[in-house]
Write a protein of this length. Structure first.
Length: 228
């Protein structure tokens, strides 16, 4: 089932983006007591095409056995290792508004290879509060806290106007991976990875698809009046 490790080199970005979907599907299957799964079944669980799944897994050097499929636990282990989730990555969240508060309280992080080690905000009314069992620190202490707690991933949940400054400070103390929830594009030097999560963009994409559905579906949609 497992091929030469050299086959894991140069995995395409599109494949990497789908690996978490496969891992989540495999975790669900394991919880249901499923020991092996075909490529078609796993693809259906992950919401992808089976041809894409087989091609993606071949980049890991992982191949199903004819008549058996993939061993669920072994494949989950391979993907976990490939994603670097065999260890816990220390995470710092900056910006404890509604979104940052929800991220800090999200228990799913702790079970997927991430540990929130720092919560930071600049609002004096927020600093010192306890959120999800942690005391919120001051963003003024970002450099010291990030260094002391060996933060590997910085999460930015601030207003857009503050995001670039926070990002620059993360980068200056050695953080090379940033997850950006602010409504702006961050400028970073080479070697720093930024993933942007933009809920409004995702909704706009859904609106595009909704608009292009069948005429019958369009007729059932309520009309919204826009003031001039």
């Amino acid at each position: 089932m497992i091929a030469d490790p050299a086959a894991r080199q140069d995995i395409p970005d599109a494949t990497v983006a789908r690996l978490p979907q496969y891992l989540r599907a495999l975790s669900d299957l394991a919880e249901r007591g499923v020991a092996s799964v075909s490529s078609e079944e796993l693809a259906a669980e992950a919401g992808v095409r089976s041809a894409n799944l087989r091609r993606d897994l071949s980049h890991l050097g992982s191949y199903g056995v004819r008549g058996v499929g993939y061993e669920v636990e072994m494949l989950a282990h391979e993907i976990t290792r490939e994603l670097g989730l065999a260890q816990d990555w220390p995470v710092a969240i900056v910006g404890l508004g509604n979104l940052g508060h929800a991220l800090a309280a999200y228990l799913g992080l702790a079970t997927r290879g991430f540990q929130v080690v720092a919560l930071l905000d600049r609002d004096p009314d927020v600093v010192g509060q306890e959120i999800a069992g942690m005391i919120v620190g001051s963003v003024g202490d970002l450099e010291r806290i990030v260094t002391e707690r060996r933060v590997a991933i910085g999460v930015i949940a601030t207003p857009a106007v503050s995001a670039q400054e926070v990002c620059d400070r993360f980068v200056a103390v050695g953080v090379r991976s940033v997850l950006n929830f602010a409504a702006c594009v961050l400028s970073v030097p080479e070697g720093v990875d930024v993933r942007k999560v933009d809920l409004s963009t995702e909704l706009q994409i859904l609106a595009f698809h909704e608009q292009h559905k069948t005429p019958a579906a369009q007729e059932r949609m309520p009309l919204l009046e826009v003031a001039p």
